[in-house]
Ligand binder design. Structure first.
Ligand SMILES: [Zn+2]
Length: 94
């Protein structure tokens, strides 16, 4: 029987996670697994979310319906960047 190489933890795939899960099962026993699993799930979800945001880049803002500004007269949201007049009150838009 050989020890798992420490490098294994640098490249976590589904198989490695399964191995770690099996080890945790041996260590903690089945009674604590539900709470352990939920904690682990939250950690992984948070990690994936961070990875996703990192990949998209911090400068990219999510598209918003208010991205084109508002009518200066009535405050209605501008429907698109090409709109010359407010659809609500007819105010000419800059
Ligand atoms: Zn308006």
């Amino acid at each position: 029987m050989s020890f798992l190489p420490l490098a294994l933890f640098g490249t976590l795939g589904p198989g490695e996670l399964l191995v770690i899960f099996a080890i945790l099962l041996l260590i903690f026993g089945s009674s604590k697994l539900p709470q352990l699993g939920s904690a682990l799930g939250k950690t992984i979800r948070g990690f994936k979310e961070e990875m996703r945001q990192e990949a998209e880049g911090p400068s990219k803002a999510p598209p918003s319906e208010n991205a084109f500004g508002f009518c200066p007269k009535c405050g209605a949201p501008r429907p698109d960047a090409e709109a010359a007049f407010c659809p609500k009150c007819g105010q000419k838009l800059a």
